[in-house]
Design a protein around this ligand. Structure first.
Ligand SMILES: O=C(O)CCC(=O)C(=O)O
Length: 306
């Protein structure tokens, strides 16, 4: 059963989420959750999943991982018991809230890896017009722009363009799409309404899947930067089997146009559905090796375009 957050989002915060595509919210999560997830992130860095090993850039100190809730009980409990689902419900204004997936982003002191400007929707196998998806990015260390605070272009969730999915490692498969490149923002910062709040551990950014965001390398000589995005879907989000999207290593059985759902994207509110989560409740649920290998083998850049 999902806990209630320490406070509700205010009407002003919800209006700012709609207008800007992002808000920074403080004081939503009890310290007990932040402490537990902080330890879980350290555990994830120490023993990454196969996906984590593939997307991390160890030489440069960058660690990332995703779908940790399938194998680590703290991440699972975050999905079904933490206040996150109820926070997402407030910005999504949805009766039914599903967990989409989780993702860690860890940049220790001296990590040279920026996160290129992007919006999330083109990374994901969902209909790119669907807007009822949000992420809750939680800082587990004090962070500012220099230590790789996440930065946003306010209002960019209303831009009509769709941009290529560019990952920190410039993965060629993810970039193999006909979407355009994100605009050159860093050299023209004064032309954009940029938002990068200083944050304390436990503060969070709540943002729309269409808003453009990115972060710099960690230029701090003292502070690590550990963060975790918990992603949620509201009503009407549809799966789309699209090239150059994040590979899903579990057999979800969804086809293009199907509503997001099932055991990979379980409902959390108004209540979990037993058939979707009982397998995970009874123990870790790593992907089936043969299925995962088949998916990974299919993740290839297309040939030269004619
Ligand atoms: O933490 C980062 O640098 C990137 C986070 C991000 O892009 C996201 O959560 O969507």
């Amino acid at each position: 059963m999902s806990e209630t957050p320490l406070r509700d989002l205010s009407p002003e915060e919800i209006a700012a989420y709609d207008d800007d595509g992002v808000i920074c919210a403080r004081g939503l999560f009890p310290d007990s959750w932040i402490d537990r997830m902080s330890a879980a992130i350290d555990r994830a860095i120490a023993s990454p999943t196969p996906m984590g090993r593939a997307i991390s850039i160890k030489d440069e100190g960058f660690s990332g991982d995703l779908f940790l809730w399938k194998t680590d009980d703290a991440f699972r409990d975050w999905v079904f018991e933490s206040p996150a689902a109820r926070v997402a419900q407030q910005v999504l204004r949805a009766k039914h809230v599903r967990h989409f997936y989780d993702q860690t982003f860890v940049k220790p002191v001296g990590c040279h890896v920026p996160t290129p400007w992007h919006h999330d929707v083109t990374f994901w196998p969902v209909n790119i017009e669907d807007r009822n998806l949000c992420s809750i990015w939680i800082a587990f260390d004090a962070v500012d722009r220099a230590s790789s605070g996440l930065e946003f272009v306010k209002g960019s969730h209303r831009w009509p363009e769709r941009f290529k999915a560019v990952t920190p490692d410039y993965n060629p498969y993810m970039m193999d799409s006909d979407f355009e490149d994100a605009p050159e923002i860093d050299s023209r910062r004064d032309e954009y309404d940029l938002f990068c709040p200083d944050m304390e551990p436990g503060d969070c950014l709540i943002f729309n899947a269409h808003v453009v965001h990115g972060s710099s390398a960690n230029h701090s000589t003292e502070a690590a930067r550990r963060a975790f995005s918990s992603r949620w879907s509201g009503d009407g989000v549809r799966y789309e089997d699209r090239h150059a999207t994040m590979p899903l290593l579990w057999d979800h059985g969804l086809g293009t146009g199907d509503p997001i759902g099932g055991s990979l994207f379980p409902q959390v509110l108004p209540a979990p559905i037993a058939g979707e989560c009982e397998r995970r409740t009874s123990g870790p649920e790593p992907p089936d090796l043969a299925y995962a290998q088949k998916v990974l083998a299919s993740v290839q850049v297309r040939g030269p375009k004619s």
